[in-house]
Design a protein around this ligand. Structure first.
Ligand SMILES: O=C(O)CCC(=O)C(=O)O
Length: 283
C-alpha cells in the first residue's frame, strides 16, 4: 500500500491455516440502512459490510475504467504495479495477458471521472462524515486485481501501520467489489473488534504485516461481496486476503479517507508505534 511494500515475489499459495472460512461477516442491505446504531457498531466492531452500495451501471462503468487504464488507453496515467517478470515486456502485452500482469493501479481519481465519482459519491461521504464526526478527505485510491489462479495474498495487517497519522485518528477504508469477491477468489477476511486493541507491531515478511503467529484466525470472518457491495473498515481493524486459486478474476477499488482535521506524523514516529523491529518485538 505504500513505499514500505517489498517488490513482488513469485506467487505462492497462501497458508490455508491463516484464512478460516467458517464464519461470515454481518451485512446490511444498502447504505440507507446505516443509522446511528450502525455507526456505533462500526466503532465497536471495526467494519460495516453493505450488500449493494452502488448501482450495477456504476460498477460496470468502473470496471471498464479500470481496463481502460490498464490497457494503456490513457497516456497520462502512470500508476500501474506490474509483476516483476512482466515489466520488461509489459508495453507489448495485449488483452488478458496484459491485464493479468497488473496487480495494482493507483492514483487514478484525477485521470478518470467514473472512478472519481465512486470515491466522492455523496452517500459514501455522508457515511464517512458520520463515522469520523468530521469532513472526510480522500488520501489514497487503489484498484486491486487478483487474476484467476495467480492473484496474490495480502497478508494480515492494519492499514494505519502504513499511514502517517496519530493513533486515535479515524482512518476509514472503503473497499468496493467490481467483480464478485468470493472465498475462492480471495475476498477479504477481517477480525471483528480487533480495532479496539490499538496498534500492533508489523514486520517486513511476505509484506508489511502482522506476525502470522499473532493473527487470531479463529475470531476471523470472511466478507464475500457481489459486484457493487462494499466494506467500510477502520484503519486499526486486522484484515487480509488469501491467494486467488479459482478461475475467476477478482477486481476491487479501495479508497482511504482521513478526517479533515487529521495531523501528520513522520515515518519515524509511525514506525515507533507499529515497527516490530524498532519496538524490539520478535516474530
Ligand atoms: O484487496 C485485497 O485483497 C486486500 C487489500 C488490502 O487490504 C490493502 O491494500 O490494504
Amino acid at each position: 500500500m505504500s513505499e514500505t511494500v517489498p517488490a513482488l515475489m513469485p506467487v505462492v499459495a497462501s497458508d490455508p491455516s491463516l484464512y478460516g472460512t467458517n464464519r461470515r461477516a454481518d451485512y446490511l442491505d444498502t447504505l440507507a440502512d446505516i443509522d446511528d446504531h450502525q455507526i456505533a457498531r462500526f466503532h465497536e466492531r471495526g467494519y460495516l459490510a453493505i450488500r449493494q452500495a452502488f448501482a450495477p451501471q456504476q460498477i460496470e462503468a468502473a470496471g471498464r475504467a479500470m481496463w481502460h487504464l490498464i490497457d494503456g488507453k490513457n497516456s497520462d496515467f502512470k500508476g500501474l504495479q506490474v509483476e516483476a517478470d512482466k515489466r520488461g515486456c509489459f508495453s507489448s502485452l495485449k488483452g488478458d495477458t496484459r491485464r493479468d500482469a497488473v496487480r495494482k493501479i493507483w492514483k487514478f481519481v484525477d485521470n478518470d471521472d467514473r472512478l472519481y465519482a465512486l470515491a466522492h459519491a455523496p452517500n459514501i461521504l455522508s457515511v464517512l462524515a458520520r463515522m469520523m464526526n468530521d469532513t472526510p478527505v480522500l488520501f489514497q485510491d487503489m484498484g486491486l486485481i487478483k487474476p484467476p489462479r495467480i492473484g496474490r495474498e495480502k497478508p494480515w495487517h492494519q492499514d494505519c501501520a502504513y499511514f502517517n497519522y496519530p493513533v486515535g485518528t479515524t482512518v476509514v477504508g472503503v473497499w468496493i467489489a467490481i467483480d464478485a469477491a468470493t472465498e475462492e477468489n480471495g475476498c477479504l477476511h477481517i477480525i471483528p473488534g480487533s480495532n479496539q486493541n490499538g496498534p500492533i507491531p508489523h514486520f517486513k515478511r511476505r509484506d508489511w504485516q502482522i506476525c502470522d503467529a499473532e493473527v487470531a484466525v479463529p475470531n476471523s470472518v470472511t466478507v464475500p461481496l457481489d459486484p457493487g457491495g462494499c466494506l467500510f473498515w477502520h484503519g486499526l481493524t486486522h484484515h487480509g486476503s488469501p491467494t486467488n486459486r479459482s478461475p475467476h478474476r477478482r477486481r476491487a477499488l479501495q479508497y482511504h479517507y482521513c478526517p479533515e482535521s487529521a495531523v501528520a506524523l513522520t515515518t519515524e514516529e509511525r514506525l515507533s508505534i507499529y515497527g516490530g523491529d524498532q519496538l524490539g518485538v520478535t516474530c
